[in-house]
Design a protein around this ligand. Sequence first.
Ligand SMILES: Nc1ncnc2c1ncn2[C@@H]1O[C@H](COP(=O)(O)OP(=O)(O)O)[C@@H](O)[C@H]1O
Ligand SMILES: [Mg+2]
Length: 170
Amino acid sequence: MRTRKEPDGTLIVWSDSPAETEELGKILGGILQPGDLFFLSGDLGSGKTLLVRGVTLGLDSAETATSPTFALIHRYEGALPLYHLDLYRLSDPEDIEPLALEELREEEAAMMIEWGEPAKDLLASTYMEVGFDRGEQEEKRILTFRPAGERYRELTHLLWVELEKSKTGK
Ligand SMILES: Nc1ncnc2c1ncn2[C@@H]1O[C@H](COP(=O)(O)OP(=O)(O)O)[C@@H](O)[C@H]1O
Ligand SMILES: [Mg+2]
């Protein structure tokens, strides 16, 4: 996985395969802490769910993430509970309200939200935004980690350090 860290704290990761995206998620799962909040944005099929699947592996969850298309919210038990939400079918902040996401946020859990744009202002002012873009070839993806807030700048740095370690370990 090629990586680049920008002076403003942004981390760009080039994934060459589904396995690499999953591995990236796994490494990320190893450094998550209670309260960590991620918004995942990118087209259908860009790899958002696959990253979360990797995170559940990194958290040693018994169950791994799949697309929560029918259930909007999944909760995975592991080293840390993980909420995985896919708000694809919701566009209106009014539709989000009944989900009582603020209550879930009171738990000692991490949260990753696909298509979470309408929930953003509702939830927190600090979070990680991860953008997923397709590369030039079928299996290439470009993930851009944009931290908002101190914890997420730290998290981005830790992730970069772990990715560098995993490179030299191979
Ligand atoms: N480098 C890559 N990273 C992630 N997914 C990839 C990659 N290359 C190909 N794919 C494929 O793209 C699809 C991503 O699906 P998914 O994670 O469900 O996307 P999303 O949740 O963004 O809609 C999978 O079929 C996966 O095999
Ligand atoms: Mg998905």
